[in-house]
Design a protein around this ligand. Sequence first.
Ligand code: GCO
Ligand code: MG
Length: 402
Amino acid sequence: MKIQSAKVIVTCPGRNFVTLKIETDQGVYGIGDATMNGRELAVVSYLEDHVIPCLIGMDPRNIEDIWQYLYRGAYWRRGPVTMRAIAAVDMALWDIKGKMAGMPVYQLLGGRSRDRVMVYGHANGSDIEATVDAVGKYIDMGYKAIRAQSGVPGVKDAYGVGRGTLHYEPADAELPSVTGWDTRKALNYVPKLFEKLRDTYGFDHHLLHDGHHRYTPQEAANLGKMLEPYQLFWFEDCTPAENQEAFKLVRQHTSTPLAVGEIFNTIWDCKHLIENQLIDYIRATVVSAGGLTHLRRIADFASLYQVRTGCHGATDLSPVTMGCALHFDTWVPNFGIQEYMRHTEETDAVFPHDYTFADGHLHCGETPGHGVDIDEELAAKYPYKPAYLPVARLEDGSMWNW
Ligand code: GCO
Ligand code: MG
């Protein structure tokens, strides 16, 4: 069996997606996601100019060998572009293997560990009152776990606040728009949001919060401690995870569970935090961390330390990544939770899929492969549109972490 051709499809049904389609000499094809929000075309070039020529003629059944070929063989290892390109190939190959075996991917991984996958949705509002209302709407939709982000008075376009409640999308401008940040104001506001949420809805639902790399370790420790009475499911990206020693300080001061890893690309990014038990949830996901082949290595390593998974699932991860993540979540023994930001109807139409939402959970389908396809004709109707993520500046104009 041979890989006969492969192509990259770029489409913008409301937002940009980069998709790899691998075709075999036996008529079976597979689909993979390679989207990198705000930097899409770098991955397109990596795939078209440097990966696809090597794939032609390879045996698509050799998933592991092809993974090693692309990782070791490039010499230049790791990084968000390389690992997304590898991920796209990997997803497409698992899709092909599943189709050939007549089995959904979770069966190939080792079978079902659970009936359904608990997801969390994104509730946000311009202030506490609006955010409390938005959380109520998610509870009404059946969610068991909800991430809450509120605008902060005096902070321009604080992170995580969308225009509607369902389809938050931060990449919105042809050049990066400038948002504001003020840690003092956030530290004063965020605990009040969670106090109000617990007062209003009690403790039956899981609540989550994303710090989006904004706080210093000391500030993160302080906020984690202030949030303890509200028993969060997790406090995410409380401080940048470049200097991972910094998490020791946060950990020493708070028992609020910590989640990190949506921008991690390999097991090496995760190793220190996991083996030093500095986090509770690892957020690496299929598209950013080298596909299913690599993500399961991360999960297995994490399981040694009772660290559970919490795959990133924002809208910039296409339905293809969501489909693969759900097969992974259905299998992985140390599952924690899956993020689920809904795609628009346009996106769902371009990527027909068999996963379904019910009662706060997602269910992966039983279609052979990962269960997500691309409608190429429809995709062609939505040409690529440059869109950047915002940047953040402090009140004095200094750059900060968006
Ligand atoms: C999350 C993330 C996203 C990112 C987005 C960037 O927790 O879902 O932080 O909202 O900001 O994926 O492209
Ligand atoms: Mg996040």
